[in-house]
Structures are given as structure tokens and as C-alpha cells.
Design a protein around this ligand. Sequence first.
Ligand code: SF4
Length: 95
Amino acid sequence: MEDNGKKMSRRSILKGAAALAGLSVVPGLIASRTAEAAKVPKAAMQYRDHPNGANHCSKCIQFIPGGSPAANGTCKVVAGSISPNGWCVAFSPKA
Ligand code: SF4
């Protein structure tokens, strides 16, 4: 009985640790979903996946690059995958 109680106790601790680990991930998921939901849809910003003259997303202060210079990234303002060669009406040149 005592041995069984110790096993249950260890199991309970492991379950509790797993539950805590899961809970610690939830705020991050909520924050990232909230941040994405707060962004403006591409159509509303007249986003297009080609430049406007010499201006394009990789030159914009709002652009968050992808894994390589040619890869799509994200934008702090516009929702979804953003081409480094794209452009929208919120374009703000890097200083
Ligand atoms: S604000 Fe517009 S131009 Fe600037 S990175 Fe985002 S989508 Fe591209």
C-alpha cells in the first residue's frame, strides 16, 4: 500500500508538472493569436506582392524578414505572409 501510494504520488507530480508546462505555453499562444488578429487584412492596405517602383517591403520599417532575404516574412501591420518584394499603402522606408 505504501509503495502504491508513492507511485501515485510520483504520477501525480508528473501530471502536475505536465499541466503546468502546458499552462505556461497558453499565454504565448494567446498573445501571438491576438497580435495576428490585431493586424489589418492585406486587401484593406492594398497589399500586393510586387514593388511600387523602388519601394518594397524589405525596405519598410514594418517588415519582419523570413529565413532568407528571398523568403516571405511577416509585417507588424498587415496580416499574413508578406513578400520581401511586396508593397502596401502603409509603406514606411527604413531610415
Ligand atoms: S507595412 Fe506594407 S510595405 Fe511595409 S512591410 Fe508591411 S506590407 Fe510591406
